[in-house]
Structures are given as C-alpha cells and as structure tokens.
Design a protein around this ligand. Sequence first.
Ligand SMILES: O=C(O)CCC(=O)C(=O)O
Ligand SMILES: [Fe+2]
Length: 197
Amino acid sequence: MDQFSAEAELLPIPIDDGELYFMQQLPLAVDNAQVMQGLLDGTAWKAETIFLFGREVAQPRLSAWYGEKSYTYSGRTFNPLPFTPLQLEIKRAVEAATGKRFNSVLLNYYRNEQDSMGFHSDDEVELGPEPTIASVSFGATRTFILKHKKLPKTVKIDLTDGSLLLMAGKLQHGWRHGINKERKPCGARVNLTFRLI
Ligand SMILES: O=C(O)CCC(=O)C(=O)O
Ligand SMILES: [Fe+2]
C-alpha cells in the first residue's frame, strides 16, 4: 500500500457538534485479508454478557480488550491483555495516520449479519473530556450509524475493509453511534477501536 495514495488520506466528514475523519485504506505492511485472519486467530474472543431488564444475556458479538490500562465500559471493568505484535503494528499505522497516541484497544467481532452493537457514546471519564477514538475495520462492510442526541439527525457511514474512522472533539457529547443487524446475509467483520486512557 502506497503511503501517499489518495486512499490513504484522512479526510474530514462534515458534521455538527463534533469531529469525524475517514480514510479509505489504512496503510499496512500486509493485506487486509491477512490482517483479518490474524485478528480472528490471535484474539482471545469472549462472549461478554450484559444485564437487560434484570436478566443476563450474551452480547450479540464477541469482544476482547487489549492494552496498557484497565477500563470501564458499559458499567463493567475490563482488565486488558497485553497488546499483540499485530495490534501494535495496526496501532503504529493508526498513530502515523492520525498524529494521535493510543494505549488501549477494544476489539469487536461481528460473526455475521445477526451481530450488532447498540447505540452508545464512548464518553467514559477515563477517556477525557473530548475522547479521540480511532476505529479500524476489516472484513464485511457494515453501516456505522450516528444519531444526534437532541436533533432529528442521522449520519450513516459504510465502514469498509481496511478503513479508518476517527472520532474526536465533541462528537461523543453530541451523538450516539451503533451498528444495526443487517437484513441481508453478510460475512464476518472485525473492528478495533483504539483509545487513550
Ligand atoms: O464496530 C464498530 O464500528 C463500532 C464499535 C464501537 O462503537 C465501539 O467499540 O465502541
Ligand atoms: Fe463506540
């Protein structure tokens, strides 16, 4: 992948109440399919549970937390595993592309069209007042949906294989985001959200 090709440009997506940037292809030393396979095989995937109306149910996806600091997410504290070499390589590429630093990553594995992520803001206090979160996707394209908290506004972004989405500024204050189930069958997708705690 050519570092200076148009695909590897981090471009702003105009949005009210926050900052959003998109890069079509994060420049990496190996191709996306190899990275995807490495992440599928080399991650300690877990079916985390959540409490829904007083009942414990499995989240509709698998996930794993890696990095240098423990972290509270959806009211639960995660003790991360140390970064793997592949994660460090992706982190290095993300830091080069964004000029930002990260020390943890949440990985999510959407096995098929039935897997999803509910609407939320990544606004935990550990992330600071204006969290900068870099989201890298591999595998099947899924639609990332942003819903404004106060206004009837929705923004949809196709997160394609190899893409990088950067959320920054007041975005987590103004918006929630999530991934809906798909009606049509689709393959597996892995997403990494790099964060600084
Ligand atoms: O899978 C995605 O693109 C979204 C992930 C996300 O919102 C998160 O990890 O907080
Ligand atoms: Fe999120």
